[in-house]
Each structure stands twice: as C-alpha cells, then as structure tokens.
Design a protein around this ligand. Structure first.
Ligand SMILES: [Ca+2]
Length: 354
C-alpha cells in the first residue's frame, strides 16, 4: 500500500506491510526514511485515496505514531545523510551551522590571530610582500603594483592559525583584475604536495573562486570565474576537475559578490551569491585545510599578458582584490539524527529489559 501523506512537518509516502510501516520522506530537506516496526502497525489504517492526504489523516498518523512510540514495540529510526546536491546555503538555514571563524576586516591591521602573510618573496612574475596587503574601511585589500619595473603582489593564509575539515566557507569579494594577474579564495592542505593516490588523507586544493580579467589569449573573461579541485600533488601525478562559471550576471570587475563552498564527506558544492552553481564528488578531502586569499602575477600564461609598464605604483594601481568578510561554519548534527540516536538507544534498553 502506498500513499502520500502529511504528518506534522513531514511529507511523504506511507507503505505498510506485516508489522512494518515505513514513512518515506519526499521532502529533500528531510531526506530521511523513518521505519517503525510495531505490534500496533495495524492501527495505521486509512481510507485515504492514493492521490493525496485527506483531512484529518495527519492527526490520525500522529496519534498512531504516539501510540506506537509509547508501546513496547521496537522503534527504529533510519535517517539518511543530507543530500549535498540539494542542500541550502547557510544563509537560508542558519540553525544548521555553527560559526567557527569570522573576520569582517574592520580596524586598520590584519588580524594576526587568523592570518599571516604567505610565501614572501618571488613567485612567478611578482614578489609577494606584506606591503601589498592592507586593511581599512572595513575591507581587506590585496594590491598588485609595479615599482621600478618589478611587480609586487600579496597573499594571506590561515595556516597554523585556523584549519578545518568540512563546513561552509564564504567570502564577500570584489575583484579588480588586470591582464597577467588573478585573484582567488581557496583552501589547501599543509601536506597536499608530494603525496598521491589518497586525497582523503593528503587533502586537496579547493579553489572556490579564481578571477581573471582575460584568458591566455587576452580575451576578456572578467564576467566569468573558475572553481576547481586539485589532488595528487603538483607533480606529474597532478589531477584536477574544474568548471568555468559563466555567464554570471554582474561578476565582472568592481562588483561585490559572495563566493561559498559547502564541503562534506559527500563532496564539494560551490555557491555564488547563495546560489548553488556546481557540485563535484571527486577527490574528497577528509583532513583539515586552511584558507588563502591571494593575488598572483604570471606573464603570458592563463591570465594573459602583463600590461606594458606594469600595474602602476602602490597607491595609484587599480589592480586589486578586496574582501569584505570571511565567514566559516561547521555543520551541527541534524535534530532528526540526534532523535534517531536517542530512540535507537531507548529501544535497545527496552529490549535488554525483556
Ligand atoms: Ca567588512
């Protein structure tokens, strides 16, 4: 017997057999299956038509459930894990998340309890310097500039200060990218490079957003951005999956947007302004990773050609990335899962007493 039914906040399909009644949720937010094995399962009767729930059926089901729960029957709840591909971002259900790091970039200096300037010195075609990194007006700014023919830029990372396995990572960012330069918000593992064949153990590079003004052919792609997952190190075994998000109305240069990542044991889900854009279940890292906010310069590569004369001096260069905030959350256990564990333990205790 199958029929759709409503039971409190649950909507689903009721199936009944000998001493077994199961309630299959069809609500993607519930994503669970409740099995109630009851000596009283015969009470779950209804003359409701298959096409929908009749008035009063929800109350009957709730009453019968209460009766079954108070009986000596064995009660078993099986709740499946949330479906990553259909999960909602933090902003739509804050109760499911606990804030673990927040930096609003207020004040006038970088918060050294959360971030450190990363990899000072030459990197590709620029020199990473703390002078390129500033905090003011409520935002972090990483500038890319040229002084006496040398290009300078910067990056910050939370390595050894904040690392987390799984969760929801979000930054509100504004790109002012230029040819030869790109900026990004990404995660990586401290033991990523040099290890292969086990991304769960060694971790991955997770690029939430990489923004360029132009591509390797110097074609304007400022309205697009890349998300990617890299694994098996940076050597000959290196592998990656990536996607170019486009068209994304309003991305461009000089516009604020949020870029988010929901990372769980089921995979990676990438968000843009709270909209899910891409899900991949490839190479799932299961180890703590740290965050990086970066700008980089590399001539005649995937971000095009450095302008003649460079980017201009610090203070007048218009090439930068700004970050309004970084927020990180970890998932809290679902109430349904907690309830299932409690009921299962209760059922075991009752069985032992018999
Ligand atoms: Ca801010």
């Amino acid at each position: 017997m199958k029929r759709r039914s409503k039971m409190g906040n649950f909507t689903g399909r009721v199936e009944r057999g000998p001493q077994l009644l199961s309630f299959h949720s069809v609500d993607p937010e519930i994503a669970g299956v409740v099995l109630i094995r009851s000596l009283h399962s015969s009470r779950f009767t209804s003359d409701t038509a298959d096409k929908g729930a009749a008035p009063g059926e929800g109350n009957r089901l709730k009453a019968n459930l209460r009766s079954a729960l108070s009986s000596t029957a064995c009660v078993l709840f099986l709740v499946t894990a949330p479906l990553a591909a259909h999960a909602l971002p933090v902003t739509e259900d804050p109760s499911k998340w606990k804030l673990t790091l927040a930096d609003e970039f207020s004040g006038s200096t970088l918060d050294s309890t959360k971030w450190a300037n990363r990899l000072p010195g030459k990197r590709n075609d620029a020199i990473n310097t703390a002078n390129a990194v500033s905090v003011g007006g409520g935002v972090l700014t990483i500038s890319t500039y040229t002084d006496a023919g040398t290009n300078y830029t910067g990056m910050i990372g939370s390595q050894d200060k904040f690392e987390q396995t799984y969760g929801y990572f979000e930054a509100r960012m504004k790109f002012n990218s230029a040819p030869g330069e790109w900026s990004a918000f990404w995660l990586t593992s401290p033991v990523f490079d040099g290890h292969v064949d086990d991304p769960a153990t060694w971790g991955t590079e997770i690029d939430i957003v990489e923004h360029r003004a132009v591509n390797g052919d110097n074609k304007d792609i400022s309205g697009k951005y890349v998300s990617a997952v890299h694994w098996d190190g940076y050597g000959t075994d290196h592998k990656q999956v990536s996607t170019v998000h486009a068209p994304d109305p309003g991305v461009g240069n000089g516009t604020w947007h949020t870029y988010g990542l929901k990372w769980s044991s089921e995979g990676y889900e990438f968000f843009y302004d709270d909209k899910s854009l891409w899900v991949t279940t490839t190479a799932i890292s299961a180890r703590p990773e740290y965050m990086i906010l970066s700008s980089e310069v590399r001539n005649a590569n995937w971000a095009g050609t450095i302008p003649t004369g460079g980017y201009g001096p610090l203070g007048t260069s218009t090439t930068n990335v700004q970050v309004d905030y970084v927020h990180v959350y970890e998932a809290v256990p679902e109430p349904a899962a907690l309830g299932a564990m409690c009921c299962f333990a209760l059922a075991l205790r009752r069985r032992r007493r018999r």
